[in-house]
Design a protein around this ligand. Structure first.
Ligand code: NDP
Length: 795
């Protein structure tokens, strides 16, 4: 028998397995077979087809689950559609009680759910027990609160409808909670497809819904593979799609939903930096790394998988890290002393192995500690790769396993450059005892979540989600709730009287050689603070509703858009300017517009044949709108979220950077002002495509920009064929967000074209620009992305 003194010396642990009898019994009750959960009941699959679900730790088959077909998805969506009628009408308070009931039932079954999750996914029981499942309950509690408060806190919003939700295998029940809790709180109903590898906790949750008395059809679970997910995403009865998974499938879903009008949120991959400065508490940073990359076997979208360490301490830090790695225990997920459990599947194990081999081939030095490894099952040792080139495959690609790649940097600027040298932008972890520097870096790193001297912190009250190819939309917090709501605008109309397009007058963008017309009648493009001839050398005639040519506008093309984006890229200081500074410039624009109101009125009258009164109203409303957003420039601030841990969690509204804005034909001046001003107010630079039919109200704006001290490149205006210019903006990798209000653009083309860098596209549709629908926080929210920065406090 071991003596305690010896145990303390060797730190040898005996096995400490968690019992799984209750899970085995539960699987037995279900005869180890599950149908879909539709309309409150487990139902047989239409095609009577099923597949095996096994434990990655030992290969044991746990159950058979139904393979969902289009017919199953149809049935589930039909059930959710029926349930939506009453669920969406239920008072928030009633929905809140249902969500509280779910939270309490989950808490009662925490141990059962944790064991089931570890058996199905392979994650250590310590993590499923202490992190995953408590967070699941927390999400339902938190959102029960939102259900209660929505009516008073978010007036003017309504639920979207039936939500189709597709989740991955790395946090099966937690991802379900992140999706279902806000959806239900907001009054939506759902059809959720869990990952084929890990459907069991979702099915256990289905049972909890029944036990807790949730009305039938509010939650439906359809199991299956990628095809089932595709059928759900493509179902015409689904109004909102929420997806978490790989960037590749995220792109497929972006294209599949293009032009359907479905609301979409994507939470995709990452390659998040873990930045260690020489003044960091190195021992804490090592422990942080254990959580960053060996938590959940590194199968974490926001894993700190790229270690960036300041050069002077790199070797010392690697030595500490290697020593710590040698103490990690890999093994049985149900053993309470296991640090690293099983990888989810043999395919994933092979993928990780192949990427590590690739890293070695590319010259990285690979370290794996000599620690006992289980003889069978999907296990991979903790791995550190040093000497990694920033452009190598392992530094760029999401490995999604317990593999850390390390690089060094010298200065904070170099750290930021390396951190942002990725197509992703999900999270970042910054380690330094210098709070000034940490916060400076937090603001400069392009990531949706930043942890200072911490890592992998999650809470229902804080938003989570990425920039760039890590997707768009947030989960958690107020920012996440908006994903499940739509503004209940009045019926959209076709614009103000002044701007109402005369549909008998076809927009004429027939090219005219510029030299053929007197030059003073041609409105040029406006790029980089200067008027610019279109690259094509052509203009087109702008014809008013009476058929009279009232001027010529430049016929912009791809090259002009590229030039405008290039000019915008050089004007980055606009985003860094204070709101106060931006406000002054916006006020200046408003004042200058006011001073030249008569000219703009005359322009609108000649352009659209509007009456004098209607033209005056449109100009006056535009002036008010410009003042409105000038007023907001230093007021659209963020929040400090009340997260569970001892952190000040700052939710900062950040500009996207470069935005594309495509303006409507209706209200040619007011539409332009209503879209440009909010984008500028929060610090974006804008490449604007004005109405092709009535571009001259926008081109007159050049002079205002020139005389209002707007820095060069902050606003560019490219006139021409709206549809093709909008597509170019959608395809451009440096355009970070796109608002498409074009009257002749095709949402399907634009949204599909945006799948390249996965920029959020707001296809606004027509609205009454003169009313409150044309102005407000909705525009500011759409012009920003929320970055959550977790700052610790206390010793
Ligand atoms: P996927 O993105 O393929 O899977 C995520 C979910 O999407 C699963 O439920 C999957 O179903 C479903 N799905 C697959 N294809 C479609 C489709 N065309 N339409 C709708 N739904 C679909 O991830 P994988 O499981 O294949 O993992 C591959 C890699 O993705 C990993 O190695 C990792 O790098 C990354 N990944 C990233 C995650 C993240 O959170 N960032 C999470 C998971 C994976 P099914 O399970 O049946 O295939």
């Amino acid at each position: 028998m071991a003596i305690i003194k010896d145990i303390l010396q060797t730190m040898e642990y005996g096995p400490s397995p968690e019992s799984n009898e209750h899970v085995i019994a539960w699987l037995g009750q279900h005869e180890r077979g599950f149908g879909h959960f539709i309309d409150g009941k487990f139902t047989d699959p239409a095609a009577n087809d099923s597949f095996e679900v096994s434990s990655p730790a030992n290969g044991n088959v746990l159950a058979h689950v139904a393979r969902g077909t289009t017919e199953d998805v149809d049935r589930a969506v039909a059930a959710a559609t029926r349930a939506f009628k009453s669920w969406s009408k239920l008072a928030g308070h009633e929905r809140a009680r249902h969500l509280y009931a779910l939270a309490r039932h989950i808490q009662k079954r925490e141990r059962f759910l944790a064991v089931l999750e570890s058996m199905d996914n392979g994650k250590p029981i310590r993590e499923s027990r202490d992190i995953d499942i408590p967070l699941v309950a927390r999400h339902f509690y938190h959102h029960a609160g939102w259900a209660e408060l929505i009516e008073s806190e978010l007036p003017g919003y309504q639920p979207v409808g039936v939500c189709g939700q597709v989740i991955p295998w790395n946090f099966p029940l937690l991802m379900l909670a992140w999706k279902i809790a806000p959806a239900l709180a907001a009054g939506n109903t759902v059809v959720l497809k869990p990952a084929e590898q890990t459907p069991l906790t979702a099915l256990a949750f289905a049972e909890i819904c029944r036990e807790a008395g949730l009305p039938d059809g509010v939650v439906n679970i359809v199991t299956g593979e990628g095809e089932t997910g595709a059928a759900l995403v493509g179902h015409p009865g689904v109004a909102k799609v929420a997806f978490t998974g790989s960037t590749e499938v995220g792109r497929i879903i972006r294209r599949a939903t293009a032009g359907t009008g479905k609301k979409l949120s994507l939470e995709l991959g990452g390659k998040s930096p873990f930045i260690v400065f020489e003044d960091a508490d190195l021992d804490s940073a090592v422990e942080g790394l254990v959580d960053a990359i060996w938590f959940n076997q590194g199968e974490v979208c926001c894993a700190g998988s790229r270690l960036l360490v300041q050069e002077g301490i790199a070797e010392k830090f690697y030595a500490k890290l290697r020593a710590r790695m040698a103490t990690l225990r890999v093994g049985d997920p149900l053993d309470k002393s296991t640090d690293i459990g099983a990888v989810v599947s043999t395919e994933q194990l092979e993928r990780i192995g192949a990427l590590v081999a690739k890293g070695k081939q590319e010259g990285a030095e690979v370290f794996q500690p000599s620690i006992p490894m289980p003889a069978k099952g999907c296990f991979f040792p903790p791995t550190l790769m040093t000497g990694v080139e920033p452009a190598s495959t392992v530094a760029m690609v999401e490995i999604f396993g317990p593999v850390l790649v390390a690089m060094t940097f010298r200065t904070p600027d170099e750290a930021v450059a390396l951190a942002n040298n990725t197509r992703y932008g999900l999270a970042a972890s910054i380690w330094s005892e210098n709070i000034n520097r940490s916060l400076d870096l937090a603001a400069r790193v392009k990531a949706g979540v930043v942890w200072i001297n911490a890592t992998n912190l999650f809470d229902a009250a804080a938003g989570f989600g990425g920039y760039h190819e890590s997707g768009f939309g947030r989960e958690g917090g107020l920012e996440g709730l908006y994903e499940y709501l739509v503004p209940s605008h009045g019926k959209p109309t076709k614009g103000t009287k002044a701007g109402k397009p005369q549909l008998n007058a076809a927009p004429s963008t027939t090219a005219i050689a510029a030299s053929a017309e007197p030059i003073d009648r041609t409105a040029k493009l406006y790029i980089g603070g200067k008027q610019a001839r279109p690259d094509s050398g052509y203009s087109y005639a702008v014809v008013n509703p009476a058929g009279k040519t009232v001027g010529l506008a430049g016929l912009g093309n791809r090259k002009d858009i590229r030039n405008a984006v290039e000019a915008a890229a050089k004007a980055g200081s606009w985003g860094a300017a204070t709101g106060h500074n931006r406000a002054q410039i916006l006020y200046y624009i408003a004042e200058n517009l006011s001073a030249r109101a008569a000219e703009f009125e005359a322009r609108l009258r000649s352009l659209t044949s509007a009456s004098a009164k209607d033209a005056a109203v449109e100009v006056a409303t535009s002036i008010r709108r410009a003042f409105f957003y000038a007023g907001f420039a230093d007021k659209y601030d963020g929040a400090v979220h009340a997260t569970k841990s001892r952190h000040v969690t700052l939710a900062m509204n950040e500009p996207f950077g470069i935005m594309g804005i495509v303006c409507p034909d209706e209200a040619p001046l007011l539409g332009f002002v209503s879209l440009l001003m909010p984008a500028l107010a929060v610090g974006n630079r804008a490449v604007v495509v004005p109405s092709a039919r009535y571009p001259l109200a926008a081109t007159d704006f050049y002079q205002l920009l020139d005389t209002s001290d707007v820095p060069a490149g902050v606003v560019s205006i490219v006139t021409g064929e709206t549809a093709s210019l909008a597509k170019t903006l959608a395809e451009h990798d440096e355009v970070a967000a796109l608002w498409d209000f074009g009257s002749t653009t095709d949402a399907a083309t634009i949204e599909a074209a945006s799948a390249g860098n996965l920029k959020p596209v707001w296809t606004g549709g027509s609205r009454d620009w003169s009313s409150s629908d044309g102005q407000g926080r909705e525009f500011l929210r759409r012009a920003t992305q929320v970055k959550n920065i977790w700052v610790p406090y206390g010793e």
